[in-house]
Design a protein around this ligand. Structure first.
Ligand SMILES: O=C(O)[C@H](CS(=O)(=O)O)OP(=O)(O)O
Ligand SMILES: [Mg+2]
Length: 244
């Protein structure tokens, strides 16, 4: 696979195929939202847009990073979200890096949002769609976040069909600045198990596809049936149709 690894500010236009990586924590959290039954995750452009969507749809679950805030129902923490029943709900997510990265490539014909918990499913979807090139958006730290780079590199190798031991990639993520900040309480809205949950390889059997719907960018799970992982989608949700 011809894989490029770019920060959000380095993109210079939408690629054809984009894999937007945010391990800590946006796309680990989005995967947990689907694991907890959410129907879709709307990726909001701003905190104001998230609040406006919540006002228009009071049953939606508004989620942001950082500390809890008035008007929002949840924070960007897998450890906190995993005890919330989201069956059939719509989540609106706004974070500092992950959601911004996805919106930056919303014109791409295929946008996958990824982290270690959906790594193999993401790689399998890239293979199934015949993607021989992809741009991996390293969302953290201006494109230098080690946890996002390691995860993107691991997915690229798996998408190319290269048998790869994940241990070294997970070690790099575990030793990243983001992991240290989460462990040391520098970041807010954190559960003690967040780092461990972000390093859980292939926890979920689905990839996550973002596509425009009614002028919003909407993330949905895309089940990869051959994968047996810790948790299955139980309600028959499938991939959105191929658009390219
Ligand atoms: O919630 C997170 O871990 C970060 C927020 S920050 O980097 O601590 O400001 O957001 P994300 O978009 O998930 O990287
Ligand atoms: Mg991040």
């Amino acid at each position: 696979m011809d894989a490029r690894f770019l920060g959000i500010g380095e993109l210079g236009g939408s690629p054809a195929v984009a894999v937007v990586v945010d391990v800590m924590r946006a796309f680990t959290v989005a995967a947990w939202a689907f694991g907890q039954g959410a129907e879709k995750v709307v990726l909001a452009e701003s905190l104001d847009e998230a609040l406006a969507l919540k006002a228009r749809h009071p049953d939606w679950v508004a989620l942001k990073d950082g500390p809890p805030a008035v008007g929002f129902d949840a924070v960007n923490s897998p450890g906190l979200l995993r005890s919330v029943d989201l069956g059939g709900r719509t989540v609106v997510q706004k974070t500092t890096a992950g959601t911004v990265g996805a919106l930056a490539v919303k014109e791409a014909s295929l946008v996958l949002c990824a982290s270690f918990v959906v790594a193999e499913a993401t790689a399998q979807l890239l293979r199934a769609r015949g993607c021989d090139s992809a741009t991996f958006v390293v969302t953290g730290e201006g494109g230098r976040a080690e946890e996002d780079l390691a995860c993107g590199q691991y997915i690229a190798r798996r998408a190319a069909g290269v048998r790869t031991d994940a241990a070294e990639f997970l070690r790099r993520a575990a030793e990243s600045r983001a992991a240290a900040e989460l462990a040391e309480g520098v970041r807010q809205g954190v559960h003690p198990e967040d780092v461990a949950l972000c390093l859980e390889l292939d926890r979920f059997p689905f990839a996550m596809v973002a596509a425009p719907e009614d002028s919003l960018l909407v993330l949905r799970p895309c089940a990869v049936p051959s994968l047996v992982t810790g948790q299955q989608l139980t309600d028959g949700r499938t991939c959105p149709p191929r658009t390219e």
